[in-house]
Design a protein around this ligand. Sequence first.
Ligand code: FES
Length: 479
Amino acid sequence: MESIWSQSCEIEQRAPLPGSRKTEVAVIGAGMAGLLIASALQEAGHSVLVLEAGRIASGQTRNTTAKITSQHGLIYDKLIGTVGADKAKQYALANQGAVEQYRQIIGRQNIHCDLEETWAYVYGNDLSVLRREAEAAAGLGLPASLVEETALPFPAAGAVRFEHQAQFHPLKFLRALAEPLTIFEQTPVRKVEDHTVVTGRGRVEAEKIVFACHYPFVNVPGLYFARMHQERSYVVALRNAGPMEGMWIGAEQGENNWSFRSYHDLLLLGGGGHRTGENSKGGQYERLRKQARSWFPSSQEVAHWSAQDCITPDNIPYIGQYCPTKPDWYVATGFHKWGMTSSMVSALILRDLIEGRDNPWAEVFDPGRFDASTIPGIVSEGAHAVKGLVKRAFQIPAEQAAGIPAGHGGIVSLKGEKVGVYKDETGTLYPVDIKCPHLGCQLEWNPEERSWDCPCHGSRFDRFGNLISGPAQEGLNHG
Ligand code: FES
């Protein structure tokens, strides 16, 4: 099902790339990050074009809860401990600066996107932990304080409250932002070679190239697949759930971490997070619905959808130069659940780096802080896995798939090899090779969304094997 954002905002279609082009900056990806980066560079006087595999905002941007906040769970006390107070302050000020930058752009351009100033809360049951976080965040210059009363429909010891945060309609904002930009839709990038972006519709020669496509699909160099994983989470939109002031998220990770925000007369209830490829039992929407029935008995569900996030080992995004051997490539990825502010931070940092200026916040986000090439065997293992991917024809005897209920998928053994099979409501079988075309991991069936998901780096494929999202760049062998 589509998010409430997709249901309530159409963005005008753009043509595919009409042939080869030259530009100063090529941005790959027309989601929130890509368009903010393109917009910041164009405003600074650069020629920019954006290449998008699908439609504008057809990736994760339409699935966000669209909270614009520098409050990213309980992060500041931890950051001070892991990266030190200076870098923690860079992270804090970059993200609070991003909140302010949204306000300025929306005000200056008079964008009607339902922007609303509000509070962000992270709730929990351990007051001493919450107090430490409030003090750490306040010490870094953020508008943070501890409160012991919450508006939640269940008991909590308290919450860390950030003032001057915001929420909006992300697609209404992006529709306006996209207007003056040169964007080519339905133009998937096949590969990138130094200053050339190769697409099926032509080549783009660019002085600078920015990867803003959620998960960078170039494996080598960069090795981003070795230093990020993806997680999924779920949202239901409820009518008659009553107003709830502020945006809320739980401090503790796991099953009972619920997220709330309102939009007009709707309440968005989120939760059910898990690593992509680890949802073989399903039931995530049902858990949300059960909570909705218990907390808001008169509510009705009007939409449900899911989102996917890239997670780095230290929970800090990678924003900056792609890798040392490609000085003119840049990247913005690993936003965790905080895509709105991270996208804006990316725009502000990458604009400065591309213009050759220092940026006061760049250091903490520097992708060079992890050197994945030092992980033993990682490249050869990947190469080995890819070699195993050969086209084969699958013929599944009906009795092999007898245990798979109609409307579901499962894994069967065929001549000693594992094959994924989806059985539709009429009993027709759709076999696929369940070796992920990215680096060869075995895919898992996701009953919640009837998709084949990769537990390694989070690529997803629909029940027939068509690519939903990367880093894989192609669909599955259908047999
Ligand atoms: Fe990397 Fe599947 S996404 S192996």
